[in-house]
Design a protein around this ligand. Structure first.
Ligand code: KG4
Ligand code: ZN
Length: 374
């Protein structure tokens, strides 16, 4: 049974994992860099690249030791080759190349998004193609029809911010620190989503895409209004941009708290996600499941909303366990396993380049204003 070593270094997690052909994670380790980036309120590419360079070799040694293996026991070496912060991607890819060359093993240059896209199959033995995938992370917000390994059709993408980015910026506006998504989710539990009117960009739109920039700006205005005049509502700017679903839902005295803003933001984001995913489901045939992946898939409110939506369409809902949602190396090793199992498998050449941008569906038409997060 083949064993694949996976390496991930595209953002701020340095990770290594060993995954076998029976979908078992034999060993895995993740070194988070949160502490290094926290003072800056976001990921600093140069700091990330240096941290990856310091950590990657000991991490690979550690997972091999955890599994009681050496490189001789490994059948292929898979590393994220993009998209991502290029310095970090290069550290992981060059490490994989060196190991592949030294141990004379095949190299697999994996698209990080493919890692997320196939990760649900690592966790769910029954998941078959084709499935509809909502890929929501810090850099991406896409709906993909996953037809098979290497076969992805992008049905929708964001025309501005990614969903995780909107969570992170909301956290920053609310002073919740870094990383933002989990902090917004925690605070939202204490808030009233109806206390602050926020827009739902592109809700009900005929085009299939996502937009979160207007929502983020409305969060900023709501917070500024709260700071200026505690207890008062965010004023006409935010109200003007209300979606039809909202007016009249505020408290009588119009007051709200940071927790209310967090809850209102999360609810508005969820409404957008459900509306856009519903649109994609309505236009799709022959699906086996609705699947969510990427860091924002760790959000319980979003998971629950998508589960309800899948049920409306009579589809199973598949979401990987939380540890497989955020960046990890097991998903990269698993993508390597999926490629190894293809009849026409071919390893990548040792001179393959790292790619800061790497769309999963290169044939997808460009979209208006797309901030081109691959
Ligand atoms: O997939 P990921 O680990 O890295 C990228 O490839 O971008 O996703 C990270 C993103 C961040 O924006 C983070 O705030 C968000 O996922 N995230 C969450 C939650 N956990 C992580 N967003 C909302 N709720 C969460 N519980
Ligand atoms: Zn990711």
């Amino acid at each position: 049974m083949p064993i694949v070593l996976g390496i991930e270094s595209s953002c701020d997690e340095t990770a290594a994992a060993l995954v076998d052909g029976k979908r078992r994670i034999v060993a895995q380790r993740i070194a988070s860099q949160d502490d290094a980036h926290r003072p800056y309120g976001g990921v600093v590419p140069e700091i990330a690249a240096r941290a990856h360079a310091e950590r990657i070799a000991p991490l690979v040694e550690a997972v091999l030791a955890d599994a009681g293996m050496t490189l001789d026991d490994v059948d292929a070496i898979a590393a994220t080759a993009g998209p991502g912060l290029i310095g970090g991607v290069m550290v992981g890819l060059v490490t994989a190349k060196a190991l592949a060359m030294a141990a004379d093993k095949p190299l697999l240059a994996v698209n990080h998004l493919e890692g997320h896209a196939l990760s649900p199959r690592l966790a769910d033995l029954a998941l078959q193609f084709p499935y509809l995938l909502l890929l929501v992370s810090g850099g991406h917000c896409q709906v993909l029809r996953v037809e098979g390994v290497g076969q992805y059709r992008r049905l929708a993408t964001t025309i501005d911010d990614a969903l995780g980015e909107a969570f992170d910026k909301t956290a920053k506006i609310l002073g919740l620190g870094f990383p933002g998504g989990p902090a917004v989710e925690r605070l939202a539990r204490e808030g009233d989503p109806k206390a602050v009117p926020l827009p739902r960009p592109l809700l009900g739109s005929a085009e299939p895409h996502f937009s979160f920039a207007g929502l983020k700006s409305a969060v900023l205005r709501a917070k500024q209004a709260m700071d200026r005049r505690p207890g008062l509502d965010p004023g006409p700017l935010a109200v003007d941009r209300l979606s039809a679903s909202d007016p009249g839902l505020r408290r009588d005295d119009g007051s709200y708290t940071e927790a209310d803003i967090a809850a209102a933001f999360q609810q508005a984001a969820l409404d957008c996600v459900i509306d856009r995913t519903r649109r994609a489901l309505e236009g799709s045939e022959g699906l086996t499941a609705l699947v969510v992946a990427g860091g924002v898939a760790a959000n319980q409110t979003i998971r629950a909303g998508l589960e309800g939506l899948a049920a409306q369409f009579g589809l199973p809902f598949v979401a990987p366990p939380l540890a497989l949602c955020t960046d990890n190396a097991a998903m990269i090793a698993w993508a390597g396993q999926e490629r190894l199992a293809l009849a026409d498998f071919a390893p990548d050449p040792l001179d393959i380049a790292a790619r800061p941008r790497w769309p999963l569906d290169p044939d997808a038409a460009p979209v208006r204003g797309a901030g081109v997060k691959a």
